[in-house]
Design a protein around this ligand. Structure first.
Ligand SMILES: Cc1cc2nc3c(=O)[nH]c(=O)nc-3n(C[C@H](O)[C@H](O)[C@H](O)COP(=O)(O)O)c2cc1C
Length: 170
């Protein structure tokens, strides 16, 4: 199956089976994150895979009480240990973590699992629940598990709306 097929298959899954994820699948998902590129190869991403049901319930509350967060058998807290600013002026932490997290989402798709990015959450609550130190940024959460819902058709802008060649022509 081509990479583009997996990319097209990924969708935001918001309903999950009550079924644990096999360790070999989790291992490959972590490997996908480990292989991601990062600025200066710093690799200062850290991922807490929350499997404990009680802690997942607390994570749901921290995620603005989105019901599927507690339902998913795994909730990932994606964190950055670095606040290094690149020459371009952008902080590499959120960028590096986002790349690795999408690697996770795509590998999960290839494993038959669903994911959903979660940006609606309170980082201080997550930090307290998981014991994450003050100097570590909680960048995003992601739910992970076997889906019970199905992909919807994608609403996306046409290619010419988002990409051009040689000069800015938007
Ligand atoms: C950074 C980011 C944060 C998001 N936060 C949430 C969220 O808190 N809750 C949610 O249900 N979906 C969230 N989403 C999912 C988006 O709504 C979804 O990706 C978008 O509507 C496109 O749909 P698709 O993922 O099914 O293709 C988030 C997505 C991204 C990339």
């Amino acid at each position: 199956m081509s990479l583009l097929t997996e990319i097209a298959k990924r969708y935001s899954c918001r309903a999950y089976q009550d079924k644990p994820i096999e360790q070999d699948k989790l291992d490959r998902i972590i490997e996908a994150a480990r292989l991601a590129p990062s600025a200066n190869n710093k690799q200062e991403w850290r991922f807490v895979f929350v499997r404990d049901a009680k802690i997942r319930q607390q994570m749901q509350v921290a995620a603005n009480n989105q019901p599927f967060v507690g339902q998913a058998p795994v909730v990932i807290a994606a964190c950055a240990e670095s606040d290094y600013v690149m020459r371009c002026g952008q902080r590499c932490g959120p960028i590096d973590v986002a790349i690795a997290l999408e690697h996770i989402a795509l590998q999960a798709t290839a494993e038959g699992l669903g994911t959903c990015w979660i940006g609606s959450f309170y980082p201080d609550q997550v930090r307290q629940i998981l014991g994450i130190p003050e100097n570590v940024a909680v960048i995003e959460l992601m739910t992970l598990g076997y889906p019970t819902d199905q992909a919807r058709s994608k609403t996306r802008a046409a290619a010419e709306k988002i990409a051009c060649y040689d000069h800015w022509t938007f």
